[in-house]
Design a protein around this ligand. Structure first.
Ligand SMILES: [Cu+2]
Length: 175
């Protein structure tokens, strides 16, 4: 299971209270109240979970990479992954592969539907989270924060380890 935190849009803006003597008790009060919903979400009380998230390690000069993960929806309503962000890349898009002769080409997609009580795997050769314009080379084992956005406005942050995968698993990576 991947470490998971949830934050709704209005909450996502990070606040970092200064811990001076005068404000320490206020800061403690803030932390006590703000941690409660995060703890709840980490237990996936709302029935959505992200599993097996990882980012493909690339050669140092590679401009792009991709993240893979499985979204699990145990709720009674369909959900839709509509976007993602990460601080490691200039642009993050949802992609799928289409077969073009012998080549699998990638194209941008608007979202990934996860039916009620179902799961959707974003895996090599299929749908993936494209990390375009890496700001620095991704080192194996490093944890990449990935913010996943859903159509109901909810957002999840997963930390995906950078993992080498076999070249054969990613045929014809072409846009
Ligand atoms: Cu792609």
């Amino acid at each position: 299971m991947t470490a998971l935190t949830r934050s709704d849009r209005p909450r996502h803006k990070e606040t970092r209270p200064m811990l001076s003597k005068n404000t320490l008790h206020l800061a403690i009060a803030f932390l006590t109240t703000s941690l409660a919903p995060l703890t709840l979400a980490a237990g996936m009380a709302d029935g959505v979970a992200i599993e097996d998230a990882y980012v493909r390690q690339m050669p140092p000069a590679a401009p792009n990479s991709a993240a893979f993960l499985t979204v699990i929806n145990t709720t009674a309503t369909p959900i839709r992954l509509t976007g993602a962000r990460s601080e490691v890349a200039n642009t993050v898009e949802l992609h799928d592969h289409i077969r073009d002769g012998d080549i699998l080409r990638m194209r941008r997609i608007d979202g990934v539907d996860i039916p009620a009580g179902s799961r959707a795997a974003l895996a090599p050769g299929g749908k993936h989270v494209m990390l375009i314009g890496l700001k620095q080379p991704l080192k194996a084992g490093a944890m990449v924060p990935l913010l996943l956005q859903f159509s109901d406005g909810s957002e999840y942050t997963v930390h995906a380890p950078v993992t080498p995968i076999r070249a054969a698993a990613m045929p014809g990576m072409k846009h």
